[in-house]
Design a binder for this molecule. Structure first.
Ligand code: DGL
Length: 249
């Protein structure tokens, strides 16, 4: 029995790393759909189709739990995947509006996300549910995923683009910034440089790993092996970049 984890590319590796830490005896299969990246520029229907194909692949590899380590795919596909594959447990990731709302003192929250996530119904529902009394300022991070995939996360080019997106949020007096795309964790150095220490950055990766651990324990779906687990990486583009990034994290 394996745990499948997928994303459009490198972003979900952060979640994988936290999962490996929380569940050291489990076997993980990571799938990066780099042939179709960035997901944020596709339509929700296209992303659903990609996600279904990946789910089938992971199920064929004996995965009983599938972690959608991608906000965009969660937004576009998780409901349908749960309906279609009823024996599989899907855990998704969504922008962390709830903790941001609880922590905010200024009443202004910033969300940086892909187009599909920013415009999706799921984000709107979460804002209504957890932050309806606050001002939530959402900005689309066009081109950021491409910079991360190109190994340019810590460059001036990425800083410049991030400034364009984040400075208007700072003018709105945000004190919480929600990273609504798993790729953005790679940009953390430049993000911190721009927002300074008055803004708290919320990355949901550790919380997702804890949630998956809870699911594993509740459902008792895994063997209680004492051996160290393994991780296998796949990329739909055949790119070696995935292995390089993983080994350096
Ligand atoms: N890591 C994906 C997410 O969390 C990136 C989406 C993309 O490929 O645009 O949304």
């Amino acid at each position: 029995m394996n745990i499948g984890v997928f994303d459009s590319g490198l972003g979900g590796l952060w979640i994988l790393k936290y999962l490996e830490r929380e569940l050291p005896n489990c076997n993980f299969i990571y799938f990066a759909d780099q042939a179709h990246i960035p997901y944020g520029n596709h339509t929700p229907n296209e992303i659903l189709k990609f996600s279904e194909d990946i789910a089938e692949f992971l199920i064929s590899k004996n995965c009983k739990i599938i972690v959608i380590a991608c906000n965009t795919a969660t937004s576009a596909a998780i409901s349908t995947l749960r309906e279609k594959y009823v024996d599989i447990i899907f855990v998704g990731i969504e922008p962390a509006i709830k903790p941001a709302g609880e922590l905010s003192k200024t009443g202004h929250i910033g969300v940086l996300a892909t187009k599909v996530t920013a415009e999706g119904q799921k984000l709107e529902d979460n804002i209504q549910k957890f932050a309806s009394n606050l001002e939530v300022h959402t900005v689309i991070g066009y081109e950021l995923v491409e910079l991360v995939e190109g190994g340019k996360a810590d460059t001036d080019e990425s800083e410049e683009l991030l400034r364009e997106y984040l400075e208007p949020l700072l003018e709105k007096n945000i004190d919480q910034l929600v990273l609504g795309c798993t790729h953005y964790t790679f940009l953390i150095n430049n993000i911190k440089k721009i927002v300074g220490d008055k803004v708290n950055i919320i990355d949901p990766a550790p919380a997702i790993a804890k949630r998956v651990k809870q699911v594993v324990e509740d459902k008792q779906v895994l063997n209680n092996s004492v051996e160290k687990g393994s991780t296998i990486l796949y990329s739909s583009s055949g790119s070696e970049k995935l292995r390089d990034f993983y080994s350096k994290m």
